[in-house]
Design a protein around this ligand. Sequence first.
Ligand SMILES: C[S@@+](CC[C@H](N)C(=O)[O-])C[C@H]1O[C@@H](n2cnc3c(N)ncnc32)[C@H](O)[C@@H]1O
Length: 351
Amino acid sequence: MGNNKALGAASKAKQDEFYTQLSDIENELKHYKEHFKGKVVFCNCDDPYESNFFKYFAMNFNHLELKKLICTCYATSPIMYKQLTLFGEEEELCEEITRKKPYKIEITEVKDLNGDGAVDLQDIELLLKSVDGKPELLKGDGDFRSDECVELLKQADVVVTNPPFSLFREYVAQLIEYDKKFLIIGNQNAITYKEIFPLLKDNKLWIGYKSGDMAFTVPDSYTARETRFWIDENGQKWRSMGNICWYTNLDIQKRHENLILYRNYNPEEYPTYDNYNAIEVGKVSEIPENYDGVMGVPITFMSKHNPEQFKIVGLVAGNIRGLAGIESKTGKDGPYINGKLKYGRIFIQRR
Ligand SMILES: C[S@@+](CC[C@H](N)C(=O)[O-])C[C@H]1O[C@@H](n2cnc3c(N)ncnc32)[C@H](O)[C@@H]1O
C-alpha cells in the first residue's frame, strides 16, 4: 500500500473504533429474549476482552439458554489506539492483546466457576483463562469477510454486534447473502443507502427499539471534537451521536404496534409536491389518518413503521435516484414544493 493509501485506511479504521455501552445492549436485548433459546450467537466485530456484546452474552448465556457463543475480533495496528481491557492490566494475555491479534472465542457452557452462587464477570474471566474458554488465534486477520469468519458465520443463528460504520453496506449484504438473523447497531443515515433502503421497503430488515442518541467510548488516540465529545473522570474518552439505531430482522412487538394518528387531511396543511403525486407531511406525528394517497414523511418514520399499517412506496432523498416507486412529473429528483427542495422523504401509503 502506498503511504497515502495506508494513512487513509488507518484513519478510516480509526473512525470505526466506537465501543458500545453495556447498558445500551441490555436495554435493546431485553426485547428479544425469545429469539435466543438454543441458538448460536456470533459477535464478529468483537474483541472478547473489550466488547460489551461478548460480556452481555457470556453473562446471560444461561438466562438466554444459548447453545453457543462465538466471538471474533479484527487485527488492527497497535499504533492506531490503545487497547481497552475488560479485566484490567493484570490479565495474562494483555501483552498479546495490546498488539491486537485476531482472536476467536467459542463458549458452549458458562458455569459458576468461583462457586459464589451466581454467574458474574469473575466467572467469565476464569472461563477465558481455562481450557474451555481460552481464546484461539485466527489464521487470518479476523476480517468478517475472511473465509474462516464466513465459516463461523455459516454456523451462527443470530449475529449481534456494532459493526464498523465504514463497512456497513458490505456487512449487511453478507448477512443477507448467508440468510442470517441479526441485530446490529448502525447510523440512521444508512436508511437512505441504496443498498439498505430496498431491504427496509421489502420487510427484510427493520429498525429496532432504541433510535437516536447513543454514547460510545473511543480510544485514547481519538481526536477531540468541539461537540458530542468528552473525557470522563477516569480519563476515558467518549463520543456521542444523535442518529444511531438498531437494525434487525428479528420479529419484535414494536413493529406490530400502530402509530396513533389524530390529524385530518386538508390540502392547505398538506401541500402536494411539484414533481410527485404525493403530499408533504413534515412530522411523523402529523400523518393524517384519513388520507389514502401517497405521503412523503421524514426518514425517521422508519423507526415507527408497522408494515400492517402502512406500505413503503419509495424514497426520495435528493441525490438518490430510482427508489421512489412513483414517477417524478418534472424529471427532478428529491421532493420539491413551489420550486424549493424539501428534506429527503420516505413515501408511504395506508394499507
Ligand atoms: C463500531 S466498532 C464496535 C466494536 C464492538 N462491536 C462494540 O460494539 O463495542 C467496530 C469494530 O469493528 C472492527 N472492524 C473493523 N473492520 C473490520 C473488519 N473488516 N472485520 C471485522 N471487524 C472489523 C473494528 O476494529 C471495531 O472494533
